[in-house]
Design a protein around this ligand. Structure first.
Ligand SMILES: [Zn+2]
Length: 298
């Protein structure tokens, strides 16, 4: 039973219908090239030659700081107490991150040069290949030299300011280089500062597998980003972390290179990371939305 006359109800329903249409339309706008994805190998387009060759120069004596980005003192719905969203808010969006202190590692592709910014881990893997998920995934984040703004490359009218080389990780032989991180007591969150690694020398050449065989596609971050430096990002507007999380749309500024070769870590190493994120820090795979995945073999 309704208290509204039929004509008034019809008008109300029209208004409600218009509102629903508008919200559906905006939802479609914000999800054009999200990551991660499932890679269907038989649908990947074979590509090689000009514009695809990835060259890498590794600084074997680069130094990194390592910390857990989970900030339990921030509330997802309440926002940051200091009014800033420069934080990752839940373990789901956090990771153990090795940030460059000093490094001259860089890669070049299609005339652009990208310098290493940081690398971090997810469990289980974010990308799936033919539906299969691995124990973990490591993401090496590179910033395009020609990108501008602060932080460098995070959109700022450069929609592809970042390139991420991602490698799936399986349980197997231990990675000795990564034992410089995983054999230590690891910080359980950002407040556990005594366990942060203030400086560790790492040769990423002993971590990153061959770049010669990869799947490439245009995508996004896989966790919300700090609002700082998001000018020029799509989807637009990309507001604070909580807005990105609510709309499930993250900045679309990443050229993805998912490596075919696999990294192995020992069960002990995988367990050390999983203990930090027992409920996973992996985003579900996203719709391709008509995107092409290239398979590149150099
Ligand atoms: Zn990642």
């Amino acid at each position: 039973m309704s208290y509204y006359p039929t004509a008034a109800r019809a008008a109300m329903l029209l208004v409600i219908g218009a509102a629903l249409t508008a919200s559906v339309a905006s939802a479609q706008i914000v999800a054009e090239r999200q990551s991660p994805i499932n890679i269907t190998t038989r649908r990947a387009i074979e590509a090689h030659g000009h514009g695809t060759k990835l060259s890498i120069v590794i600084d074997p004596a680069a130094t990194f700081s390592v910390k857990n980005t989970y900030q339990p003192q921030y509330n997802f719905n309440g926002g940051a107490p200091n009014g800033s969203y420069d934080a990752l808010l839940t373990p789901e969006f956090a990771t153990l991150k090795a940030s460059v202190i000093s490094s001259n590692s860089y890669l070049t592709v299609n005339g652009e040069t990208y310098h290493l910014l940081q690398f971090h881990f997810h469990t289980p893997s974010e990308h799936t290949v033919d539906g299969k998920r691995s124990a973990m995934e490591v993401h090496f984040v590179w910033t395009r030299d020609s990108a501008t703004g602060t932080p460098l490359g995070l959109c700022n009218s450069n929609p592809d300011g970042l390139l991420v080389t991602g490698a799936r990780i399986k349980v197997g032989e231990a990675n000795r280089e990564l034992n410089k991180i995983f054999s230590r007591p690891l910080p359980v969150d950002a407040t556990d500062t005594a366990k942060n690694i203030t400086s560790v020398a790492l040769n990423i050449g002993k971590i990153l597998p061959s770049l010669d065989n990869s799947w490439r596609y245009e995508g996004s971050l896989t966790a919300p980003a700090s609002s700082a430096g998001l000018g020029g990002c799509t989807p637009s507007p990309v507001a604070g972390i909580d807005d990105q999380a609510t709309t499930d749309a993250y900045p679309e500024n990443v050229s993805w290179v998912v490596l075919s070769d696999i990294v192995t870590l020992s069960q002990t190493q995988v367990s050390a990371f999983r203990a930090l994120f027992p409920d996973s820090n992996t985003r579900p795979t996203q719709d391709l939305n008509g995107r092409t995945v290239k398979h590149v073999r150099d």
